[in-house]
Every structure is written in structure tokens, then in C-alpha cells.
Design a protein around this ligand. Structure first.
Ligand SMILES: Nc1ncnc2c1ncn2[C@@H]1O[C@H](COP(=O)(O)OP(=O)(O)OP(=O)(O)O)[C@@H](O)[C@H]1O
Length: 318
């Protein structure tokens, strides 16, 4: 994403005399950031996401800096369109600026990643809710969006597809894109968001830290080698629960298994690339840590306990 997206004094109300759903909202979304939006039912989260995505226009204020490649997954996908899944995605790919061949290839690749390749020729109207949600998500990812806006996009996906969407989000931020999401499950991408906002009384509260507890689950330990003194790429820090330089040029990252391939990609695509020496399951699956202190920035990373005895070094836990 080339620039920050900015909302300045943004308000939205439905109808000339309708109540203000949002009012005086200021928000900046920086390139490469992951932004969580929370709020109670009906507080205006979807309204905010539609304004960010450019699907809706503010009644007051301005939105600037929205990148050309902005993609949006709505809370409800209009599944009754007269297309097959592949036909719809290929068509949208061309709308996003891809050639027909590139759109067809991207369509096949994303349907495959989400486990929906078997439904490529199925009319959208005949897809199950879960499969049509896969199409909804694939259409947003097709053209490598610089800004990705996800409104409850995980809802209805099976576990494998939910994990795949987590990975796709990580790829977008690693590529310098921004992702703004709402999800009713507080564990979704827990501890990974750069910033969390709560929509309340028409405004936005910035929450510290993270707003949600870090993710728990099985962890793996990645040992990677780099030149002595090399600093791990920022993207590695985002996904690793802990990082330590255990010997000159030898780094050990502990990361939730669900995030491990994103960490590996960050290391292998760094310039110069890091050498991944070993990936092993963490000896013990850690318990979820206690909730973070309310005033203790920075926001938590994914939760994995450092291995016993691992010293914290220059690449230590943030
Ligand atoms: N198109 C619309 N026309 C009229 N009112 C609307 C429209 N869209 C949203 N609203 C109203 O705006 C308010 C905020 O709705 P919105 O869907 O943005 O909230 P939300 O936080 O996303 O809710 P939920 O958590 O239930 O999805 C609600 O009172 C809703 O009824």
C-alpha cells in the first residue's frame, strides 16, 4: 500500500434525519498493518468497514489514501449471482485488472488453497454457505489487494479454510498491504493485530494492548541462521511468540504452529535470506498466558513460552 489510508471527521447516518451511526471518526491505517475492529452488535463496525473499503460514502468528513487495489469481503455474500464459482472469480479478476489468463490461474490457485477446487464449475446459487464463503474470500484475494477489508470473513469457513485465510492475511501484511478486520471470535489472529479499535457511541476507542488475549495452541521452534548481528525481519517478530539469539548468528523463534509458515516465509524472503536450520515441535504445548496488563504496551505477540534456558538477546521478545 503506497500511502496511509486516512479517515478525518468521518460520520455516517442512514437517511437525512437518521441517527448518526458514526460521528467525527479519525483513523489512520498505515501500510503493512493489521487492524482489528471490535464493538457490540449494531455499534457500527460494518458501517465503518464499508467506509474504509469504499463500498459506502461518508455522510460527513473525508476518506483519503485508499489504494487502487482495495478488496472487501462483506458480512453477507450475494450468492445468487448467475455465475459458476470459477466464472465469477475469473470475471472479477479481470475487473481487478488481471488478464483473462492471469485471472483464470489466480482463480484456480485460490479455489485450491481454500479446498474448493471441486466446486469450480458449480453455479454460485447451488453452493453451500461454507463454499460460497470460500468464493467470497477468494474474490478479495485474487489480485493481491493493497488494502483488504474483512467483515466476519471467517464465519462459515471450515477449520482448514480459516487457517488458510489467516495465512493469506499474513501474506498481505508481509507484502506491505494493510488488513482491517472484524471477527466475533476474540481468538481470531489474537495477539497479532498491530492495533485494535472498539466502535462505541459512534466513535473509535483505541485499545491497548491488542484488545484480545494472545493465541494459544501447539507451538514449533524454528532455528534459523544469519550473519552475526543480523536483526530478524520485522515480519518475523510479528508472528513469533518469542525470539532469541542463542549464539552469534543463531536465532531461535517459538511460534504457534498455525503461524509457522508465515514466519518461515518472512525469514526465507528476507534480504539477505536467512537459513532455516531446523523446525521442531515445541517440547510442551504452552498454556495460554495470563491476560496482559491493561497499560503495558506494546501489544502482545502470539503466545508461545520461550524454551527453558533460552537467553533473551537482541532479538528478544518485544
Ligand atoms: N443500510 C442501512 N440502512 C439503515 N440503517 C442501517 C444500514 N446499515 C446499518 N444500519 C444501522 O446502523 C447501525 C450500525 O449497523 P452496523 O451493521 O454497522 O453495526 P455492526 O456493529 O456491524 O453490527 P453487527 O455486530 O450486528 O454486525 C445499526 O443500527 C443498523 O441498523
Amino acid at each position: 500500500m503506497p500511502h496511509e489510508l486516512r479517515l478525518r471527521g468521518v460520520g455516517r447516518r442512514y437517511g437525512l434525519r437518521g441517527p448518526w451511526v458514526l460521528r467525527g471518526v479519525d483513523l489512520t491505517v498505515a501500510p503493512g498493518t493489521l487492524v482489528r475492529v471490535e464493538g457490540s452488535n449494531g455499534s457500527g463496525k460494518s458501517t465503518l468497514l464499508r467506509l474504509i473499503a469504499g463500498i459506502d460514502a461518508p455522510s460527513a468528513g473525508r476518506v483519503t489514501g485508499r489504494p487502487r487495489r482495495t478488496a472487501y469481503v462483506p458480512e453477507r455474500f450475494p450468492a445468487a449471482l448467475p455465475f459458476t464459482a470459477a466464472g465469477y472469480l475469473t470475471h472479477l479478476g479481470t475487473v481487478h485488472g488481471l488478464s483473462r489468463g492471469a485471472a483464470a490461474r489466480a482463480t484456480a490457485a485460490w479455489l485450491e488453497r481454500f479446498g474448493a477446487a471441486a466446486y469450480a464449475g458449480t453455479p454460485l446459487a447451488r453452493l453451500s454457505k461454507g463454499s460460497s464463503q470460500k468464493v467470497a474470500v477468494a474474490q478479495a484475494l485474487l489480485a493481491g489487494p493493497e488494502l483488504l477489508v474483512l467483515d466476519e470473513a471467517w464465519t462459515g469457513l471450515d477449520a482448514a479454510a480459516r487457517a488458510e485465510l489467516d495465512r493469506a492475511v499474513a501474506e498481505r501484511t508481509a507484502a506491505g498491504g494493510a488488513v482491517v478486520f472484524v471477527d466475533h471470535d476474540p481468538r481470531r489472529l489474537a495477539g497479532v493485530a498491530d492495533v485494535t479499535y472498539a466502535v462505541r457511541d459512534g466513535g473509535l476507542d483505541r485499545r491497548h494492548p491488542g484488545g484480545t488475549a494472545p493465541a494459544a495452541g501447539p507451538c514449533v521452534v524454528v532455528e534459523a541462521h544469519a550473519a552475526p548481528g543480523a536483526v530478524p525481519p520485522a515480519e518475523a517478530h510479528r508472528w513469533a511468540g518469542s525470539a532469541a539469539e542463542t549464539a552469534p548468528g543463531v536465532h531461535r523463534f517459538t511460534v504457534p504452529a498455525s503461524h509457522s509458515d508465515v514466519l518461515l516465509r518472512a525469514l526465507l524472503t528476507a534480504r539477505p535470506p536467512w537459513h532455516v536450520a531446523r523446525v521442531t515441535p515445541a517440547a510442551e504445548s504452552p498454556e495460554a498466558p495470563p491476560p496482559p496488563e491493561p497499560q503495558s504496551p506494546p501489544e502482545p505477540r502470539p503466545a508461545c513460552e520461550p524454551e527453558p534456558g533460552a537467553p533473551s538477546g537482541p532479538g528478544g521478545r518485544r
